[in-house]
Write a protein that binds this ligand. Structure first.
Ligand code: AKG
Ligand code: FE2
Length: 354
């Protein structure tokens, strides 16, 4: 998300009715929605039917450079330092300048044995409303939730550096209402060291392998992994679209959910002004689910994960493709920032030096 304006106190409007993504598995999926616009943030998730059949594929996630993130994006590696290193050298996530083979690696433990092979459900269920430019693909339980999601959640929580970014927009202090972190680099030929505001970080191996799998099933290519951690129902993302110009027109964004189910709302930009109003689309994203937003969806729709009274931890991974340098500058500014780093220790997030 480009954080032009985000706050933790935004309360998205919601209708009382809601649906789950289970509906999408029917041949002619009917999106559950309502024209009511009454505020109701306390709707409870509907549990989806988990008895459906899956096409299961097993993919090996273990590469030869275990434990060290190497990116295929690092061909250009002139060790030119930016004038203003970002994050600054005293920032906890600061790494030494890149070398031709070592580009800001995020050192995380080797991929644990239970994650060496992950089962994927690669059946895509399209959810389309062409007249309204809604174009989604839903992969129910894209990652097998029995073992893989639990292990993956633990591994990412424990291994990644996390941030709670604070920034200012038009004189207003904004606290990002969730933990974030980002890896990858736009597709320009600019060397890793050639950035003014950020030092792109190589995508950790496990995320890179997941990204490659997502590329395979979507036919799209990506170069960023943005990761959110919603530690409780109080963490959220307010209505926004990821239609940033630095992603090019009609960007495909693949969004993977791990952990606690959370509501995912999509509202058309003109949902209020149309007569009758365009219903807000309401889904519940479960552990292992993947939603791919395509076509004009980002241009015409906004999405959110609203606050909830009761929710446990949830990780969200989005894969995107930035096409210009500004994509890297922006994503690192708003997902790493200049403040402190957090680590997952003994079951909770604590501020950490490294
Ligand atoms: O957590 C989610 O499902 C959505 C995250 C999102 O929209 C974003 O990071 O831009
Ligand atoms: Fe988004």
């Amino acid at each position: 998300m480009k954080r032009s304006a985000e706050s933790s106190f935004v309360s998205p409007k919601a209708s009382k009715r809601q649906g789950s993504l289970a509906g999408f598995l029917k041949p002619k999926p009917k999106l559950v929605s309502s024209s009511k616009t009454k505020v109701d943030d306390e709707v409870k998730p509907i549990v989806i039917d988990h008895e459906d059949d899956f096409e299961v594929h097993t993919t090996s996630l273990v590469g030869k450079d275990k434990g060290i993130a190497e990116s295929p994006l690092d061909a250009n590696t002139a060790d030119r330092l930016p004038n203003e290193p970002y994050p600054p050298p005293n920032h906890p996530s600061y790494h030494l300048p890149p070398t031709p083979t070592f580009n800001h690696p995020i050192l995380i433990p080797p991929i644990p044995a239970p994650l060496h092979q992950i089962h994927f459900n690669t059946i895509a269920n399209p959810i389309q409303k062409p007249t309204l430019d809604l174009d989604l693909l839903y992969f129910k339980r894209f990652i097998d939730p029995t073992v893989s999601t639990r292990e993956l959640t633990k591994y990412l929580l424990e291994g990644l550096p996390w941030y709670r970014v604070k920034y200012m927009v038009r004189g207003i202090n904004i606290n990002t209402p969730r933990f974030t972190t980002v890896f990858g680099k736009d597709s320009t030929e600019i060397p890793w060291g050639g950035y003014m505001k950020c030092r792109p970080r190589a995508i950790p191996e496990v995320l890179l392998k997941l990204m490659q799998k997502v590329e395979e099933v979507t036919g799209s290519t990506f170069n960023f992994a943005l990761v959110n951690y919603y530690s409780s129902g109080n963490d959220s993302i307010s209505y926004h679209s990821d239609s940033e110009s630095f992603l090019g027109p009609n960007p495909t964004i693949a969004s993977l959910s791990l952990g606690w189910p959370r509501d995912f709302f999509l509202r058309h930009r003109e949902y209020k002004s149309k007569s009758p109003p365009i219903p807000v689309e309401k889904f519940v994203l479960h552990d292992g689910d993947m939603v791919v937003m395509r076509g004009k969806t980002q241009h015409e729709w906004e999405h959110s994960v609203p606050k909830r009274k009761d929710a446990g931890g949830r990780i969200n991974i989005t894969f995107r493709k930035g096409v210009v340098r500004y994509a890297s500058e922006n994503y690192y500014t708003y997902n790493v920032g200049k403040g402190g780093m957090y680590r997952w220790r003994d079951g909770r997030m604590v501020e950490a030096e490294e």
